[in-house]
Design a protein around this ligand. Structure first.
Ligand SMILES: *[C@@H]1O[C@H](CO)[C@@H](O)[C@H](O)[C@H]1NC(C)=O
Ligand SMILES: *[C@@H]1O[C@H](CO)[C@@H](O)[C@H](O)[C@H]1NC(C)=O
Ligand SMILES: *[C@@H]1O[C@H](CO)[C@@H](O)[C@H](O)[C@H]1NC(C)=O
Ligand SMILES: *[C@@H]1O[C@H](CO)[C@@H](O)[C@H](O)[C@H]1NC(C)=O
Length: 801
């Protein structure tokens, strides 16, 4: 060790390295062949660094001191050298020895760690160049090979770009050594800002160099979800799916409020702060397909991305939102807002997430988080369906680990009743395989209850060594385990999933709650046909000034254009129409064994489709044939397609045999609605072959503001005259080309229902009520079944304006 004799300029480290060698703490230089790692912590005197990061780096040092790597630690901040140094070493002196570490060894290592640490002012480009030179000089003088550099960004995101530029231009390690930059959230505010930030970073760093931290992935219970699934495949394979899982709850409850943090919180709110990142990541670990080999980071990340992309889009009603009452005053104080300032930032949210994957379709995933709640706790709870029926009385059945009890697997993240990370598996499920070196079985505490069951009903495991999330993550950065971090693709997919919900609720006033135990059941929520709603009504009575119609003014039933008219508020109208369609169906099936139903496109019937899908469980779908009255000339998978809409809102929810579904053949020979492809003749032939006399049992029509119906438009004779059953037409609005039933085909039907809803239809409704049969001007006026019945369903708004 020649440099030990005469310590030159940056000689402090060499002196340390030598001392350590003589103390036996370090391997000999020959064993140090793995090379040197420089860790630069930017924001070294900030809160996160004080609370977690230095401790995590110290843990890394303790764990890896004999790994063959040598280390130096460089704390950096904007503060000038001397005050910065003092602040940083005040933090370092307080570093704690973990309880599972021998005190003597720890004291020695802490001493060394302090000596290997140095403060740097990193403010100007020159400061970065100097840091780089110091690292180079040290390595050269030591004769050490450089393994890599870690730059940990513990700074606000607005500072990212500038620091990234300096690192890229003057602190990159030489070829052969790696660079890892570690970034802390927030990673943007929505999809657009995340894309922008990602694009900036991509110009300075390669994807494999970036480690975006979501500290939840370092929580021991979360980090163990995938290994648990992998090691217990034998038990989980048959039950880890929609046939067995009843629901999943992913929960992070906090007692604290946002006081002192509102300048951040007011812009973010609970969904951006917790759900978009932490809870979504936990959700992915649960729902993703298991890669063949968990050690292959690339495969893990691909499976995770796929799971993220198979989530069903969220809508406004996928969420319930709350805000603790004192939040408004915290914001007014801290952000200097006036008394009239109203914040719609949620501090509580429950969101129903669903996956369209074959494995999880229909299983509700409830993501919940909030501030000022009754307890601090985090968990992921998988509740299984219970198929057992138990004949013995409850007192007898509770003995043993009967199949009657709830079956659940819980990844307990921390705090709460258990106050430790844990994995719990109901004893009536299976005894899990757990790695003995890192998890140990917990017994005792029989009086403790978790989710309604005594602890003795579970196999319970907790970590042998409890590790803070940041220690776990720092260790993974050191090992280059990228699957513990958020890739750019993953990040953008997550924002793409959450942004539409965030946009749709941005103006929605959250429910106010008092905070703590006083919340009582105010924030309880339930699932109602795929949506979430609070179970208890809001205590304040809300007035609906626009609903001032007298309540007895309920139903108008008379005549419209000499045909029966049904008129109500639109919701009642849709429900009446759905019942009448079902009656028609039952009548037809009783008569001929079949029901031929032709449905129109457009927006009006969507509510009817949804009503039929969710309320009419006795509908004879098995004997129903579904036809399209009209179609737009786009592929059937295009969101503009009428069939696509019908599929989304009705077909995918009911059990109509595939061979009874008859989309219009607008797409033939890889082209759309070309006359010579004969799509219209093809459809007419199919109708003639299956529908007796081409006379439909029921045709549902709508009415356009220009008087069009089906896709039969004014000022053109297409489909209005002649006997051709199915025709091509031109719409004045895009997409222009259409395929449609003709008036002649419509008028053969046994029943025709015309549905007209909304204020926007009032003018045309009034006009149509007064005119005679003039199909060239108002195609709807040509609808008059030759031997069938016509019924008008017009809501109050359309009828009365
Ligand atoms: C950082 O750079 C500035 C200007 O380039 C210089 O004045 C300052 O002394 C440098 N700080 C340190 C600690 O070298
Ligand atoms: C990053 O550094 C490389 C090499 O010095 C340089 O070519 C590139 O332009 C830098 N990127 C940016 C965005 O400055
Ligand atoms: C999993 O992948 C790792 C890394 O590629 C490899 O070392 C290991 O042997 C693989 N395990 C199995 C069971 O294939
Ligand atoms: C078909 O039409 C013919 C002649 O119009 C009629 O006699 C027959 O009853 C009709 N069949 C059905 C099933 O409606």
């Amino acid at each position: 060790l020649p440099p030990c004799v005469t310590p030159p300029e940056p000689g402090l480290w060499m002196w340390v390295l030598c001392t350590m060698f003589f103390m036996g703490a370090l391997p000999s230089p020959a064993e140090m062949s793995q090379g040197h790692i420089s860790v630069v912590l930017l924001g070294a005197t900030g809160d996160l660094a004080k609370k977690y990061l230095w401790q995590g780096l110290f843990q890394l040092y303790m764990d890896q001191v004999s790994s063959g790597h040598s280390f130096t630690f460089h704390g950096a901040a904007l503060t000038a050298l001397e005050p910065g140094q003092k602040m940083m070493f005040d933090v370092l002196k307080k570093l704690a020895c973990p309880p599972d570490e021998a005190p003597d060894r720890c004291a020695v290592l802490k001493d060394q760690f302090l000596k290997l640490s140095q403060y740097h002012q990193l403010k100007t480009a020159e400061n970065y160049t100097v840091l780089n030179r110091e690292i180079e000089v040290l390595l050269r003088q030591e004769g050490l090979k450089e393994a890599g550099r870690i730059f940990y960004f513990s700074v606000p995101p607005f500072a990212y770009t500038e620091i990234a530029r300096h690192i890229n231009s003057s602190c990159r390690p030489p070829p052969g050594a790696w660079l890892r930059v570690v970034l802390e959230k927030p990673f943007g505010h929505d999809l657009e800002s995340a894309q922008q930030l990602a694009a900036e970073l991509t110009s300075f760093f390669r994807e494999e160099e970036m480690y975006r931290v979501d500290h939840y992935l370092g929580k021991q219970a979360v980090a163990h979800i995938l290994p648990f699934r992998d090691q217990n495949q034998e038990f989980l394979d048959p039950i880890w799916n929609r046939h067995h899982v009843e629901r999943v709850e992913i929960v992070l409850k906090e007692v604290v409020d946002a006081k002192g943090r509102t300048s951040f919180y007011e812009q973010y709110g609970v969904i951006r702060d917790v759900l978009q990142n932490h809870l979504t990541e936990a959700l992915m670990f649960l729902t993703m397909e298991l890669p063949g080999n968990l050690s292959r980071t690339e495969e893990v990340l691909q499976c995770k991305l796929q799971a993220l992309r198979s989530l069903r889009g969220l809508e406004k009603h996928s969420a319930v939102l709350g805000q603790y009452q004192a939040y408004a005053s915290h914001v007014q104080e801290e952000l200097k807002k006036g008394q009239d300032y109203v914040s719609t930032t949620p501090t509580f949210a429950g969101v129903l997430v669903q996956s369209d994957s074959l494995r999880w379709e229909g299983v509700p995933f409830l993501l919940t988080s909030g501030k000022a709640l009754d307890e601090r706790v985090g968990y992921v709870r998988v509740l299984f369906k219970n198929r057992a029926y138990c004949t013995q009385s409850e007192t007898l059945r509770d003995a043993g680990h009967s199949q009657c009890k709830a079956k659940q697997i819980i990844f307990y993240i921390g705090h709460g009743a258990l106050n430790t990370p844990a994995v719990l598996v109901s004893r009536n499920l299976f005894r899990p395989v757990m790695p003995k070196s890192s998890w140990r079985e917990v017994v005792g505490q029989p009086e403790l209850h978790v989710f309604g069951q005594p602890l003795s009903d579970y196999y319970v495991y907790s970590p042998v060594k409890e590790r803070d999330a940041y220690s776990v993550l720092i260790s993974n950065i050191y090992h280059g385990r990228k699957d513990f971090f958020i890739t750019t693709e993953n990040l953008l997919a997550s924002w793409a999933f959450w942004t539409p919900l965030l946009n749709s609720i941005s103006q929605q006033p959250p429910r106010l709650y008092p905070g703590g135990v006083e919340n009582q059941n105010l924030l309880d929520f339930e699932m109602v046909s795929g949506e979430l709603a609070f179970t208890a009504a809001e205590p304040v009575e809300l007035l609906h000034p626009d609903r001032s119609m007298p309540s007895d003014f309920k139903t108008i039933q008379s005549k419209f254009r000499q045909s029966p008219l049904v008129s109500m508020w639109s919701e009642d109208l849709i429900s009446q129409l759905a019942s009448d369609v079902e009656k028609a169906a039952n009548r037809a099936v009783a008569g001929s064994g079949q029901f031929h139903l032709a449905l129109s496109g457009g927006s009006s019937p969507v509510a009817l489709f949804q009503r039929l899908a969710r309320h009419h469980y006795a509908f004879p779908w098995r004997h129903t044939h579904i036809w399209l009255v009209d179609e737009r000339c786009v592929p059937l998978t295009d969101p503009e397609s009428n069939f696509f809409s019908l599929h989304s809102h009705l077909l995918q929810s009911i059990r109509v045999p595939y061979f009874n579904v008859h989309p219009m053949p607008v797409h033939l020979n890889q082209r759309l609605c070309v006359e010579e492809d004969g799509g219209t003749e093809l459809y007419a032939k199919e109708i003639a072959a299956l529908v007796a006399n081409s006379s439909f049992d029921l045709v549902l029509l709508g009415l356009g503001t220009d008087g069009h119906t089906a896709s039969l438009f004014p000022d053109s004779e297409d489909g209005l005259e002649g006997t051709q059953a199915v025709v091509l037409t031109e719409s004045p609005i895009k997409p222009h080309q259409r395929m449609s039933f003709s008036l002649s085909l419509i008028n053969k039907a046994r029943q025709v229902f015309v549905l007209v809803v909304g204020k926007g239809k009032h003018d045309i409704t009034t006009q149509i009520s007064r005119v005679g049969r003039q199909p060239r001007k108002w195609p709807i006026s040509g609808v008059s079944p030759s031997s069938g019945q016509l019924v008008w369903y017009v809501d109050y708004e359309a009828l009365l304006g």
